[in-house]
Design a protein around this ligand. Sequence first.
Ligand code: ZN
Length: 246
Amino acid sequence: MNAPNAENLLQVWEARHNAHPIRRALALLEVAAPDVGIEAWSAMPIGQRDARLLDLYETLFGSRLESVTHCPRCAETLETSFATGDIRLPLDETKLSKTFKFRKQGCSIEYRLPSSEDLLQVIATNDDPEDAQLQLLRRCVIEAKRAGKRQSPEQLPADVVDRLADEMARNDPAADVQIQLNCPVCGHVWNVAFDIVWHFWSALEDWAQRTLADVHLLARAYGWNEHVILGLSPTRRQHYIEMVRA
Ligand SMILES: [Zn+2]
């Protein structure tokens, strides 16, 4: 995946400043690979989308990820650092745009994996988590049959629905990456979900602030406009900044 140039990246940061994380994720991928198209990015299963975001993060910001959290047992503040390689799962290309079959208790269900578009639609029309799960199933279940008769997702036994949700998660493992944390004070060990979109946006915020400060410094010193300054390579920009500060 190619790194977007500084000007395009700043545009995404500005335009998606108040946007939902899903829309931020899609905008970042679209600017990095516009040839794929926003519709294809929106239709991609969440884990596959996130795997690509992780690659893009690495291209732009390097392989280190930092996390600050609190121990749920003793409330100690924990600063953890890990590498993109620690959480990257092998990407199964054969599961792209694929439908799956699931059989349980006489039910036969054909489904696809939830995508960003599915989640956006569910979020837009639902506040109740139970309704949201049902609505997501209505979108992702292509056909459900019980004893040969067609069923709507709400007609399926609750146990089958639960197993189906587990099966969907297993088929898109990168959608739920867990990191194990270990408290050095009380020894408590627990898992937290790793959220690539949150990490990405947080790194982008830092980068945007630094970049705007660079533009400010160089524009004032040399009278160059923002477009010209952003067009400089990072190395060349850094040299000018050092000369201004000398
Ligand atoms: Zn602790």
